[in-house]
Design a protein around this ligand. Structure first.
Ligand code: SF4
Length: 348
């Protein structure tokens, strides 16, 4: 609801996965039915989220109805927070004061890119200045700001994606989400794909660029709370998804790529003669699957690209994100995630 735009990649109904227009009644029923399904709802932090469109663009009376329902649920402590998503140019002082009045805690802005050519080619209909103004206004009003980015839009490039990342870091949002562009049925992008005018990122390139973006945001202390679209029943090739780097475990693939880069950095640092040595790679037990990679992708990569054979093992003294090497019984210093991030250099 509420968005008169037609960004080239967007089919609002298919992305939101929701075809029912909400009312106050629908919200109450939905919230209580979810709360019943929690084992211990009292201990959880519960948020009500309006997403999948541009909330602050819908008619004021509907916004008021929905926000009032949400704020009443917050008052009786059925929920703890209210979050919504919208466009950067649908934020102004009057809108922000309405959001404050009803106790909205978090606003997520669909920013997608901070490159002018990419914004124009994607027919976003807003400027980079709109993003800067919206972030500033929301932050001044003590509303948490999330920024959603879509690498791989028309006219995008690795350099532009990383420059966008740098500019977003300068805006200091509270968190970001990264959704590499996929082609959804019945969109302008689908037409461009059909006519050979658009080529989505390959899965490999999407993982690689998202991993570098993840490193840049982590280095700046900005949490990346989502990588890749949520899998829905229809979001598979042959249904609503026509092409693009969709993977149901995209976030895991990216985090695994970050470990690969961390290990490459460590190997370059120790610069030992490692061929034919017996190598043990240690990490926190919760990180083992990401360190190994899906279908042992990282182990295979180091065997094929670096001629190194690793055994991955857990070590209880290592924090999540830390890795350590042991070679022929000699232990090398631990490389923590923070040390890796501090030393990782990206030249733009
Ligand atoms: S502004 Fe958001 S909801 Fe509107 S068409 Fe673009 S992506 Fe879809």
């Amino acid at each position: 609801m509420g968005c008169p735009h037609t960004c080239v990649f967007c089919n609002q109904k298919k992305i939101a996965g929701c075809f029912e227009e909400p009312t106050a009644d629908y919200i109450n029923k939905t919230v209580f039915s979810y709360l019943e399904s929690f084992n211990d709802a009292k201990k959880a932090y519960v948020e009500l989220a309006f997403y999948g469109g541009s909330f602050t663009g819908i008619s004021e009376s509907v916004q008021e109805e929905l926000l009032l329902a949400a704020s009443n649920l917050k008052k009786i402590k059925a929920i703890d927070g209210i979050r919504l998503s919208t466009r950067p140019d649908y934020i102004n002082p009057q809108i922000v004061s309405r959001l404050k009045k009803y106790g909205v805690n978090t606003v997520e802005l669909g920013v997608q890119s901070l490159d002018n050519d990419v914004l124009i080619s994607s027919q976003r209909g807003h400027s980079i200045g709109d993003v800067e103004d919206a972030v500033e206004l929301l932050k001044k009003s003590a509303i948490q700001v999330g920024i959603q980015l879509m690498p791989g839009l028309p006219q995008d490039s690795v350099e532009k994606m990383l420059r966008t990342t740098q500019r977003v870091i300068e805006l200091k949002p509270h968190f970001v989400r990264i959704y590499p562009t996929v082609v959804i049925k019945e969109t302008q992008l689908a037409k461009q794909l059909d006519e050979g005018l658009f080529e989505p990122l390959s899965l490999e390139n999407a993982i690689e660029v998202s991993a570098i973006m993840f490193i840049m945001f982590s280095k700046a202390g900005i949490p990346v709370i989502r990588l890749g679209l949520q899998a829905t029943d229809n979001l598979i090739i042959g249904k609503d998804l026509l092409a693009g780097p969709f993977h149901p475990a995209f976030g895991e693939l990216v985090k695994s790529r970050v470990f690969r880069k961390q290990l490459e950095y460590l190997l370059a640092e120790v610069s030992l003669q490692l061929n034919n040595s017996k190598l043990f790679l240690f990490c926190n037990r919760h990180d083992i699957s990401q360190v190994k990679g899906q279908k042992k992708a990282n182990i295979i990569y180091f065997r094929e690209e670096h001629n190194l054979n690793f055994m991955v093992k857990s070590r209880d003294d290592l924090d999540s994100g830390s890795i350590a090497l042991e070679i022929e019984n000699s232990k090398l210093p631990v490389l923590t995630r923070r040390e890796f991030l501090n030393n990782y250099r990206i030249i733009l």
